[in-house]
Design a binder for this molecule. Structure first.
Ligand code: AMP
Length: 504
């Protein structure tokens, strides 16, 4: 039966003998194998009672089998629900209670802990899958039919439920349809010029939109192949660059690879594209990468709810500190956060997006969904501007905006000034409760070892460069900024850590 996403995969698949996945140990999985193995997962899930519209949740280590489970879930007509491997028992309890999946697949090492939680939430079947792709789930697939008549699924049917990282309030399930996934992957294939000859270095986790949908779906809808690594491994990646063509990474991949002695123009000569996203790439990283390899990193911008929205151009200038232009079919506007009035070129406001990539709402939260849309546009929560050349620049999350004495302070503006000071590696500017000002602008700085930087030097250097109200009231130093697995700086943790700084 017609299955929107899988039919597109087949329409773009090269012949069955061509490679879909290579593993670092030299295992090769063909497109023919993908068809057979995903059918086995679909058959096994259907035999367990998974029906179109159901959810299948997985909290497993990255493995090739997990990719087949993803595609098997779509073929069975269910929605795929991947969960971060870092989630604890109580967090899993929340997700299972909220999403009510029919099947939950977990790591065998956590079966004893998680099976009772799943049972209490009414999950019918708990299966396992380990980092080697072995477990009850793969055994069920081994024993199942290698052909499957796909469940009928149209563009508007649910393909995945991806929970937002939830740094403020409850984590919400973003409902993504077959049409969302397909349109976004096709737009990226076109924008980034993917062909069946491409070989992608895949070192991202697959519980997040970046590693799951950007990386895997682009590979599938270009009929190309990927070298699938269990995790980020700089030695391995530098060694693989000679036989790959594209890498997708978060900014920390790039900063760590820059420290690798093997990163040279020769090592990267065969690569045609380096892509970065999920968190802001420092302009300095962009410059250093270009100086060391000759390649200009292509930065793009997206989020769980929308997939990818903008990208720097493949041909044309890739401008550091910008996330490029809207993808084909996607519209981006910048509006006044309160009134919704569209702003002019260069003015900072709320970024809103519209297009076939935008999700259909938050799972079982109609009110929350309604409040995050304005006239059919999704309110991203990111503040930014569109410059005179049409490139989008992000200045930060709206919730990170600091309001001090009634003035708006955009952390990125202060961070850019601080980052430019000699001896600074990076910085994060946050607002902390302050009796007089409401919030006090506070800078957290990571300095190079032996730089001798202190609070006075930083404040002295900023004086005269920034309006007085924007100057940090305090400058604190840390060895590292707290980051999540996708490389995002967790400002909520910094705010918690220094909450009482201006108290008393
Ligand atoms: P997530 O839903 O976890 O993918 O997080 C999405 C958020 O990550 C966006 O709303 C942005 O705040 C941020 N983000 C993603 N890509 C970029 C980028 N290239 N530059 C700056 N922020 C980004």
């Amino acid at each position: 039966m017609p299955n929107h996403f899988l039919d597109l995969v087949r329409a773009h698949a090269p012949d069955a003998s061509r490679t879909f996945i290579q593993t670092p140990e030299g295992r090769t999985i063909s497109y023919g194998e993908l068809e057979r193995r995903s059918a086995q997962y679909a058959s096994a899930l259907a035999a367990l009672g998974v029906r179109p519209g159901d959810r299948v949740a997985l909290q497993v280590e990255k493995s090739v089998e997990a990719v087949f489970a993803f595609l098997g879930t779509l073929r069975a007509g269910a929605a795929f629900l991947p969960l971060n491997t870092a989630y604890t028992g109580p967090e899993i309890d929340y997700f299972l209670g909220d999403a009510e999946p029919t099947v939950f697949v977990c790591d065998p090492a956590r079966l004893a802990e998680l099976a009772p939680i799943a049972a209490a939430r009414g999950v019918k079947h708990v299966l396992t899958l380990d980092a080697n792709g072995r477990g009850i789930a793969s055994e069920a697939a081994d024993a199942a039919e290698a052909s499957f008549a796909d469940a009928a699924r149209g563009e508007d049917d649910l393909a995945a439920l991806l929970y937002t990282s939830g740094t403020t309030g409850r984590s919400k399930g973003a409902m993504l349809t077959h049409g969302n996934l397909a349109s976004n992957a096709l737009a990226l294939v076109e924008t980034w010029r993917f062909t069946p000859d491409d070989k992608l270095i895949h070192a991202l986790p697959i519980f997040h939109t970046h590693g799951l949908f950007v990386a895997i779906n682009v590979t599938l809808l270009a009929g190309s192949s990927m070298i699938f690594l269990p995790k980020f491994d700089p030695d391995l990646i530098v060694g693989l660059m000679g036989r790959a063509s594209v890498m997708m990474g978060v900014p920390t991949f790039y900063t760590r690879l820059l420290k690798h002695p093997g990163l040279t123009p020769e090592a990267t000569a065969g690569m045609r594209l380096f892509i970065s996203g999920s968190a802001p790439l420092l302009a300095e990283t962009h410059r250093e990468w270009r100086a060391k390899t000759g390649h200009a990193i292509l930065e793009r911008y997206g989020m769980t709810e929308t997939g990818m929205n903008t990208s720097n151009p493949y041909e044309g200038e890739r401008i550091a500190g910008t996330v490029g232009m809207p993808l084909p079919g996607v519209s981006v506007r910048v509006v006044d956060p309160e009134s919704g009035a569209e702003l002019s070129t260069g003015e900072i406001g709320m970024i809103e997006v519209k297009g076939p990539n935008v999700f259909s709402g938050y799972w079982r939260m109609p009110d929350k969904t309604a409040s995050e849309f304005r006239d059919g546009w999704f309110i991203t929560g990111d503040l930014g501007l569109i410059d005179a050349k049409g490139y989008v620049q992000i200045v930060g999350r709206g919730k990170d905006l600091v309001i001090t004495g009634g003035y708006n302070v955009y952390p990125k503006e202060i961070e850019t000034e601080i980052d430019a000071l000699p001896g600074v590696i990076e910085s994060a500017v946050i607002g902390l409760p302050h009796a007089d000002f409401g919030e006090g602008v506070t800078a957290v700085v990571v300095a190079r070892e032996g730089s001798g930087l202190d609070e006075k030097t930083v404040l002295g250097a900023l004086d005269g460069r920034l309006a007085k109200y924007k100057l940090p009231k305090r400058v604190l130093f840390l060895d590292d900024l707290p980051r999540n697995t996708m490389g995002k700086v967790q400002k909520n943790l910094l705010r918690e850590q220094f909450e009482g700084l201006y108290a008393g």
